[in-house]
Design a protein around this ligand. Structure first.
Ligand SMILES: [Zn+2]
Length: 461
């Protein structure tokens, strides 16, 4: 967070840049253990490597032909220079549909033409905004309650803007707690009132409910518990990111269910859903991971050939480690590394790797070196059971029958345009990302307008 100067303005970026350089110089001189810098003897890995051509691959009639890529972006802006505590948050989630065959014909050209590529893509977008700090829905309410009311309103109003998917985020949240075609009737909510003795989760219908113990109004979206991380003093960037990861998941639920209802035997079973980032839910809403796993496993069991879903990580310790393995030639093109407890120990430097991931992930990590040399860190959904549990989970490829078809798509959708990336993920990211610089100025202006704040006087800028 930037510091405020004597005149009330934020400290300039150049000074922050300078202090950043000092911190880096200090870090360079201390001696931490960074697993990716100490890969050492790697012969132990070979027993954990499969070849992509050893996995069952779909015949041409069952090959995946389309990809739906989902990505989100969040930005929290200070609204006024004179009121640095007032923050306004924007988030948007984009989904793109990419026709792999249309893209393949582009690949036979020497370069992938972005214009031709965008013609092969349809996209959907959900965007939302509300004050995250220092501004409230009503006078006299806490910032946590202001957030709860904003999230309730947002989930009732927002729909995914795509053909024939006429469902609000709230309806999709009830759907995720049920099974495809059968949304749950109530969601379990813990009363958020401080000191309230209501212990068990309270069933809350779409209309909301009063806490039977303290009488406080409860909203179905309270089940997400995002308000638990909201603080009075701070920008509340973190809960905004949690909210966006939930919306990303609901966009995937909405689009997959649309295909399941209308074309499960012809389109859904030929489509790969790719999320930018791992298939995981972090922070207070983490219980949704179990709902997501159960929902998509149920969908897969009622879809001929199953449903293919994966997450692709572009940053983090596993990506750094995977890149180091490729640099040391421990992984050849076409190699798939099983990420079992021993690999997790090497990556996370942990001594209790068997329980890794069980609280957050609904897909299992795999490290794949694509045929063109790219290194891709995937999470993939098991056909049944959980990917991680307290006993090591299901590391091997046998529990993931969609893996061969997914690696086939990874091999077909790489591009020199996007290093170590997948074209559908990059396209979704390009749709969802906020432009830096001039774009954030525009967001600040609209936030001031929405909060009813007059533009700051010129001398204050
Ligand atoms: Zn209560």
């Amino acid at each position: 967070m930037p510091y405020t100067q004597m005149d009330g303005r934020f400290e300039r970026a150049s000074r922050l840049g300078h202090s950043n350089a000092v911190v880096r110089a200090m870090a360079d001189r201390s001696s931490f253990f960074v697993p990716a810098e100490h890969v050492g003897d790697l012969t132990w890995l070979s027993a954990r490597i499969s070849r992509q051509d050893d996995l069952p691959r779909p015949g041409s009639e069952a090959r995946l032909t389309g990809v739906i890529g989902v990505d989100g972006s969040v930005i929290v802006v200070p609204v006024r220079d004179g009121l640095p505590s007032v923050r306004y948050g924007y988030a948007q989630t984009a989904a793109i549909w990419l026709d792999i065959d249309a893209m393949d014909s582009q690949r036979s050209e020497r370069f992938v033409d972005p214009v031709a590529l965008s013609r092969a893509v349809n996209s959907a977008l959900v965007s939302f905004d509300f004050p995250t700090a220092g501004a409230y829905v009503h006078e006299g309410m806490s910032i946590k309650d202001s957030w709860r009311e904003c999230i309730d309103t947002l989930f009732r109003e927002k729909k995914i803007e795509v053909n024939r998917l006429d469902q609000s985020l709230l309806q999709l949240l009830f759907l995720l707690h049920g099974t495809p075609g059968h949304p749950a009737l109530v969601l379990p909510v813990n009363c958020p009132t401080r000191g309230c003795s209501a212990k068990d989760s309270i069933p809350v219908s779409p209309d909301g409910a009063d806490c039977p113990t303290c009488g406080h109004r409860l909203w179905p979206t309270d089940t997400l518990r995002i308000h638990e991380e909201v603080v009075e003093d701070g920008s509340n960037n973190t809960p905004m990111s949690r909210l966006m990861q939930v919306v990303e998941l609901l966009v995937t639920v909405g689009l997959a269910t649309l295909l399941w209802e209308q074309a499960r035997g012809t389109v859904l079973n030929r489509t790969l859903f790719v999320t930018d980032g791992p298939l995981a839910v972090y922070g207070p809403p983490a219980k949704l991971r179990a709902r997501a796993l159960a929902y998509f496993q149920s969908m897969g069991s009622s879809t001929p050939g199953g449903v293919a879903l994966c997450g692709v990580e572009k940053t983090g310790t596993v990506v750094d480690y995977a890149t180091a393995l490729a640099r040391h030639d421990a992984l050849a093109a076409g190699d798939l590394l099983i990420v079992d407890a021993k690999v997790i120990t090497a990556i996370t430097n942990a001594h209790n790797p068997v329980a890794y991931g069980s609280e957050t992930y609904w897909g299992r990590k795999f490290i794949y070196r694509a045929l063109d040399g790219r290194v891709v860190v995937l999470t993939v959904v098991p056909v049944k059971g959980t990917p991680y549990d307290d006993h090591g989970g299901q590391p091997g490829p046998d529990a993931y029958p969609s893996l061969g078809a997914i690696l086939d798509v990874v091999d077909r959708t790489g591009s020199s345009m996007y290093r170590d990336g997948l074209i559908p993920v990059a396209l979704a990211h390009a749709k969802a990302a906020y432009p830096i610089g001039i774009g954030t100025d525009v967001l600040r202006l609209t936030a001031r307008h929405k909060l009813g704040l007059a533009p700051a006087p010129k001398s204050d800028r």
